[in-house]
Design a protein around this ligand. Structure first.
Ligand code: SAJ
Length: 420
């Protein structure tokens, strides 16, 4: 049985770092690798460079015990986990350059019995192409199955599925989907994940596992698009969309998601393109959903401009910048796009409130907008564009916001009468 004691995790971002720390806390020796020098240094000193509940304590503990160390380049190990970004380019096509670089960086140090796992969201066929590359560049190694002398290199795909804000809990408790390029690879990867995952480790093929991950996020994107489309239909007929959803969801088989200012983050707004790019002629609902969700951001900008232009002397509070509630993550954030657009057009009349950031992001600073807390914004503004449903905003009582003209993109300031 191959050893699974030493692990190298390539990529110390939102997934790689919590994964490395969790594995290190389960008795394995882990080396975390990143191309960014400040990440290697920060994590190596026991601190963290991202914000995620309870991660700081765990990283500090495993670094001080010596179970987690960091390095700028991969070191020989029993298991290699690749958790690097897979963005899309300006034509919405998958950019796999970080995965390619990660594979390249381990080719020379791979040894018989190693297990290579890809966790990054990837187009169908990526794991098989990694196995092919290893086979071509290291003909001395048997990839996938044991050769005559034994000691294969095993290759598998196991997508991350955790929700930012709940990463450590979900890393342990969520079910995992594991697809090797051969059944032997799947079995070894299952053995590895069972060492730290409490959820089920469900076996499938590498290609199916790749599509499972893309399906999960494309499904959510499509469902959010339905809610966003419904919000536009309600606006046209002057019907409260939040009330419609609330009542429709009392049907036992209906669960409409929440409309918003568009879909953000590095996953839901990106991953459907991986399917659309692979099967453009078939993925029609998914493409339309992406378009609907993107167009919702433009619609909010238009509505905000119309309201602000109607009140030429009003100050405007942009409430929230992050891509979703109670995180500090600005990646692909529609709220940020809207605030930037309004700041560029209205300058110092725009006041920005973001309780999860310590200072105004530099892109906004150049427009001379003020950064303030929600209490000050309520005192100094006549208009509020509510962009993110942070807890701090939910707690604002009606009496403190009655004087405002509000565009509530998240439905948290609706104050609907009780109906039952
Ligand atoms: N959103 C809405 N309406 C909703 C739900 C979400 O507008 O009803 C918006 C959010 O405001 C945000 C975006 O969608 O802008 C995405 O937020 P999210 O909470 O739905 O998802 P993420 O991006 O934080 O995490 C997702 C999760 N995937 C699914 O729920 C299927 C997570 O489990 C994945 O691990 C993660 O993507 C990922 O890394 O792929």
């Amino acid at each position: 049985m191959p050893e699974l004691k030493n692990v190298t995790v390539i990529g110390l971002g939102y997934i790689g770092l919590p994964t490395a720390a969790l594995i290190a806390s389960r008795g394995m020796q882990v080396v975390g690798v990143d191309t960014k020098e400040h990440v290697v240094r920060t994590v190596g000193s026991g601190a963290i460079h991202i914000s995620e509940p309870d991660l700081d304590g765990l990283v500090s503990k495993v670094v001080s015990s010596g179970a987690l160390t960091t390095s700028a380049k991969p070191e020989p190990a029993d298991v290699f986990i690749i958790a690097v970004p897979t963005p899309i380019d300006h034509e919405n096509r998958p950019d796999l350059s970080h995965v390619d670089a990660a594979v390249e960086s381990i080719l020379d140090i791979l040894a018989p019995d190693n297990l290579v796992i890809l966790e990054s969201t990837s187009p169908i066929g990526t794991t098989e192409s990694i196995a092919r590359k290893i086979g071509e560049r290291r003909p001395d190694l048997h990839v996938g199955t044991n050769g005559k002398e034994g000691g294969a290199v095993h290759v598998a795909y196991c997508p991350e599925r955790v929700l930012p804000g709940r990463i450590l809990t979900e890393l342990i408790n969520n079910d995992r989907c594991i697809g090797g390029i051969t059944p032997a690879c799947t079995r070894l990867a299952q053995r590895f994940y069972k060492m730290f995952v409490r959820g089920a480790c469900v076996a499938t093929t590498a290609r199916a596992a790749e599509l499972v991950k893309l399906t999960e996020n494309a499904f959510r994107d499509t469902n959010i698009a339905f809610a966003n489309e419904l919000s536009l239909i309600c606006d046209r007929f002057d019907i409260n969309v939040w009330e419609v959803i609330d009542i429709a969801n009392r049907h036992p088989r209906v669960n409409v998601l929440r409309p918003g200012p568009g879909v953000g983050g590095h996953c839901i707004a990106v991953d459907p393109w991986f399917i659309i790019d692979s099967a453009p002629d078939l993925a029609r609902v998914m493409r339309t959903s992406r378009e609907v969700n993107n167009s919702k951001t433009k619609k909010i900008i238009e509505c905000a401009e119309a309201l602000i232009d109607d009140h030429p002397y009003a100050n405007v509070a942009c409430c929230g910048l992050t891509f979703k509630a109670n995180v500090d993550d600005l990646r692909e954030s529609p709220a940020m796009d809207i605030a930037l657009h309004l700041a560029a057009k209205y300058g110092p009349r725009i006041k920005v409130v973001e309780p999860n950031l310590r200072q105004l992001p530099s892109q906004l600073a150049e427009y001379r907008v003020d950064f303030m807390d929600i209490d000050e914004a309520l005192r100094s503004c006549e208009i509020a564009i509510l962009l993110v449903d942070h807890d701090e905003f939910k707690m604002v009582p009606l009496a403190d916001r009655r004087h405002l003209d509000v565009i509530d993109t998240r439905g948290i300031w609706q104050d609907m009468p009780a109906r039952t």
